[in-house]
Design a protein around this ligand. Structure first.
Ligand SMILES: C[S@@+](CC[C@H](N)C(=O)[O-])C[C@H]1O[C@@H](n2cnc3c(N)ncnc32)[C@H](O)[C@@H]1O
Length: 375
């Protein structure tokens, strides 16, 4: 194996990892792409109650307009109904697939099964696709039937109204004991909410597709993913999970085009031990900056949503699931020996083989392992 070096790293008394690193730029053979979504869900059809609610009861419409809906703070009710029919199902599908995957892990599945109350906080919640997706996955995969308290924060009043209504509808149609609280809040540099969360003890904190808008409008300055993770991390319950997700687009930042997934990755690699927040998914990002050699690296997950107004919507996004180190210890990566090409971007891998983690360490067989799959 002339192109790679190998060391043994002891971990505890019995387990060891073989670590390899690349010496030349020769990749001996192509990593095989695992079949999409094997072992994890990568597509979802909207449940009937939600399809009815969006397209019949709310008469929302499917009308993609990426330019207009790149910024959503000033949406009026008419815009919200287009958002509801077009982008809500994407956020639903993304978070459904992420949480379905999380709950396939026996630790989280059991954790949820024995809980009698769940507290959820969503920042920049909009109409709530990401919260509804997470709750639906909890109900479907773990049959969660305890109490649920949801707090949604956003700067748009009509979005918050829809947020409360769709969750109330979900509570009724899915027989969930669900209470909803909303807070109208414009976030700018005078707002302390990112740095000091208003409350604590949340089992799930979500921030889906807000930060790119804060950056793009210069509403807030400086390391927002990092500040958000640090600030809201304090509000997590000891066993809580933080879900940060964002779009897979470029935004203009200080006159430069910046790819949002790169920015998210770069900032979150700077979390330190004191922050006590560990990435559990995608698990190739778990090691943090000390071990990460990735430059301009990013992860991107693809999921598909199906509903009555469009049979096949492809959504590409980036995300992290983080939790406290004590919990992360219980959810170790599914590969025993860290000798893999960790897949981080299916579409890139299909094109030019750059879809694996650049900190990858090579397996002699060049086995490609899905970094989004927790089990
Ligand atoms: C793309 S939507 C995301 C909605 C939802 N979280 C999702 O994933 O579908 C972004 C949300 O951020 C909110 N937002 C953007 N800038 C904001 C600001 N400065 N203060 C408060 N909310 C803001 C918008 O009102 C909008 O609801």
């Amino acid at each position: 194996m002339p192109w790679a070096k190998k060391i043994h790293v002891m971990q505890g008394s019995s387990e060891y990892f073989d670590l390899y690193w690349e010496e030349g730029n020769l990749l001996n053979g192509e990593p095989a792409l695992p079949p999409s979504g094997v072992g994890r869900l990568s597509e979802i059809t909207l449940p009937q109650w939600l399809d009815n609610y969006l397209f019949k009861i709310r008469s929302s419409s499917y009308r993609p307009d990426p330019r207009k809906f790149s910024l959503n703070l000033d949406n009026d009710l008419e815009d919200q109904l287009i958002y509801l029919g077009t982008y809500f199902p994407r956020s639903f599908a993304e978070s459904y697939c992420v949480f379905d995957n999380l709950l396939r892990h026996s630790f989280f599945e059991r954790l949820l099964r024995y809980k009698d109350k769940l507290r959820i906080y969503s920042l920049g919640c909009g109409c709530g696709g990401e919260v509804v997706g997470a709750l639906q996955a909890m109900r479907d995969r773990a049959q969660y039937s305890g109490k649920i308290e949801v707090t949604g924060v956003d700067g748009n009043e009509s979005a918050l109204e829809i947020f409360a209504q769709v969750l109330q509808r979900m509570g009724k149609r899915q027989s969930l004991s669900l209470s909803v609280d909303t807070k109208l809040q414009i976030m700018d540099d005078t707002w302390q909410g990112l740095d000091a969360a208003p409350d604590s003890g949340y089992d799930l904190i979500i921030c889906s597709k807000l930060i790119n808008e804060l950056y793009a409008t210069s509403a807030m300055q400086g390391s927002l993913y990092l500040r958000l993770a640090q600030g809201l991390g304090h509000a997590l319950a000891p066993e809580g999970v933080l879900y940060l997700a964002d779009v897979s687009n470029a935004i203009s930042l200080n006159g430069r085009q910046v790819y949002v997934p790169v920015l998210l990755n770069y900032e979150l690699q700077q979390l330190s031990d004191q922050d006590d927040l560990v990435t559990i998914s995608p698990w190739c990002c778990r090691a943090g900056s000390a071990h990460c050699t990735g430059q301009n690296c990013y992860t991107q997950l693809r999921v598909r949503a199906h509903h009555s107004q469009n049979r096949d919507i492809l959504s590409k996004f980036c995300y992290r699931l983080l939790c406290r180190s004590e919990i992360a210890e219980r959810v170790r990566p599914p590969v025993r020996y860290l000798r893999c090409n960790a897949l981080i971007n299916e579409s890139a891998l299909e094109r030019d083989l750059t879809g694996c983690c650049p900190s990858r360490v090579f397996d002699p067989e060049h086995k490609t392992v899905d970094a989004f799959n927790l089990v």
